[in-house]
Design a protein around this ligand. Structure first.
Ligand code: MSP
Length: 523
């Protein structure tokens, strides 16, 4: 079983393309695992607690519960539009999750892993945490990343993070694949150095924050939002579940194979708090999941948050709106095509339009259209066996093995863009092959019927193979292609069964309808 999760999105705003990217990336990996024949379970959801949510709800004059219900709906609608195929949906206000968090808190408290102390220090409202001198910059100030910082003197509960730091250092040093891509490991090791000697404040007094999970051993406090949120990865996987609940069987899912997260939440939450929480709960090293850390989509070097944009620009950041104007395939394709996993990229709707039109409409769409149209016109819609063969046919056939190898290597490394490059090159080769043989011309020459039949069968076959390889990224388009190929059974095919010849000669295809009508930017 492959178990994949994403970060759960804060419900203090609406979904934007950054959130959408992460979810599509995870969905592509999840669908690819199924294409490989693996069972895969995909969890995503929303992070509904915390001060920011309480503040936004207050600003709107509604209670936090009403507010998060509405915002949550916006997220789930966006993910439906994008065709995400998750199996479980995490909402941190779900009573099953709350009770799991409370059970864990109780256990850690009873084990002496959580204690109470008075602390006077600086608190970042934006990051919802106390800061130490290590967070000051060279000028001795707390940088702008911390937002408003105020001094506070209060009693809180602390988790003994510092007791486990040396274990964590060793773990990170000896588990190369804990953080992917590997270049991010240095950030984690640096953060471990900085965290030395500090415990984690895991409570917030209710007079300050009411919108959270109450501490089971002291009802004057709620749980720090990160401590609550991280637990979603196990609570919704059935950790210590009530046997009558419908949650999954924990032992069949855990450890998760991959937590897909953005680079901003690698440290300290996912690479320090989370492994230490699991370790303190008694999970052994083999039970600590790997992190796939993706980069950010930026807008003209800045953030994609909507605050400083015109209405039109903001609309092009909104995944629901994007799918409405460009369609699901274009948006999914762009989000994983124009970024290298782990690196940042600039979000440019012009490139979304350009990549869809050149790589899908003009390349794959054109091949599909030509192959099916000519098969319909010249051989009654049926591919015909042929004695014709030449070097160009052989090269095209042989190039599939290479394509498959490149695709699989890239996908196994979560390099979706590279995998797509391999498939697009294969389709381009098939279009060049068509240009060389000019089936529309040789169809007029009766002595070239054998060549015509061979060329058309090769073109149809490339469309069929591409429709299988592209399925994780653009599942709906591939379904439509397979319907036009009259080969719905291709959707059941596993990667290991994929080889030249998936469509038997003599197969009948349908009349093509454009799969990828060209798109343009709204004026
Ligand atoms: N609620 C926390 C995560 C808790 S996980 C136990 C959170 N939420 S978030 O809404 O701020 O971000 C959710 C995810 O979206 C994060 O992984 C973050 O990196 C990602 N992105 C937010 N903006 C992004 C871009 N502009 N580009 C790519 N991903 C970005 O953090």
């Amino acid at each position: 079983m492959f178990y994949i999760t994403t970060a759960i999105d804060y419900t203090n705003g609406t979904p934007h393309i950054g959130h959408a990217y992460e979810k599509v990336l995870a969905d592509v990996i999840h669908r690819y695992q199924k294409l490989k024949g693996n069972d895969s379970h995909f969890l995503t959801g929303v992070d509904q607690h915390g001060q920011k949510v309480q503040q936004t709800a207050e600003a709107e004059g509604v209670n936090p519960n009403t507010y998060v219900r509405r915002v949550t709906k916006g997220f789930s609608q966006a993910w439906e539009k994008l065709g995400l195929s998750y199996d479980s949906w995490a909402e941190t206000t779900n009573p099953l999750h709350k009770s799991c968090v409370q059970q864990i808190l109780n256990t850690l408290f009873e084990q002496g892993q959580i204690y109470k102390k008075q602390y006077k220090g600086f608190y970042s409202i934006r990051q919802e945490q106390f800061l130490t001198d290590k967070e000051r910059n060279e000028d001795g100030e707390f940088g702008p990343e911390w937002g408003v910082v105020e001094e506070r003197d209060e009693e809180n509960y602390y988790f003994r993070l510092s007791e486990h730091v040396s274990w964590l250092r060793e773990f990170v040093e000896s588990h190369k694949d804990f953080v992917l891509p590997h270049f991010r490991r240095a950030d984690v090791l640096n953060a471990i150095e900085r965290s030395e000697g500090n415990d984690l404040c895991i409570s917030r007094p209710k007079e300050r924050l009411r919108w959270g999970i109450e501490l089971p051993f002291d009802t004057d406090f709620v749980t720090f939002v990160w401590f609550d949120a991280l637990i979603n990865y196990i609570s919704f996987a059935g950790y210590q579940k009530d046997p009558s609940s419908e949650l999954p069987d924990f032992d069949s899912l855990w450890p998760a194979n991959l937590h897909v997260i953005g680079k901003d939440i690698l440290v300290p939450s996912h690479s320090i708090y989370w492994p230490i929480m699991l370790h303190a709960m008694g999970f052994d090293d083999a039970q600590i999941p790997s992190l796939l850390v993706h980069g950010w989509w930026n807008k003209k070097g800045g953030k994609v948050s909507k605050s400083e944009m015109t209405k039109e620009e903001a609309a092009l950041m909104d995944p629901i709106h994007l799918v409405e104007i460009f369609g699901q395939d274009a948006v999914r394709y762009y989000l994983v095509r124009d970024i290298h996993t782990g690196k940042d990229s600039n979000y440019e709707p012009e490139r979304l339009v350009m990549l869809f039109n050149t790589e899908l409409a003009n390349n794959l769409g054109n091949l599909c259209n030509r192959a099916l149209n000519m098969t319909k016109r010249y051989s009654a819609g049926v591919t015909v066996s042929s004695s014709y063969d030449d070097a160009s046919c052989q090269t095209l056939r042989e190039s599939f093995a290479k394509t498959l190898e490149q695709y699989q290597t890239a996908m196994d490394q979560y390099e979706i863009s590279q995998a797509l490059t391999a498939v697009i090159e294969f389709i381009t080769r098939a279009n060049i092959f068509a240009e060389e043989h000019k089936p529309w011309e040789i169809a007029k020459d009766e002595t070239k019927t054998e060549e015509l039949n061979a060329v058309l069968a090769h073109m149809v076959e490339v469309v069929a193979l591409a429709s299988v390889l592209l399925r994780p990224v653009i599942p709906h388009a591939c379904e439509r292609i397979q319907a036009q190929l009259k080969a719905p059974e291709l959707s059941e095919l596993k990667l290991s069964e994929l080889k030249w010849g998936v469509l038997p000669i003599g197969h009948e295809v349908a009349k093509p309808k454009p799969i990828f009508p060209r798109i343009e930017l709204p004026s």
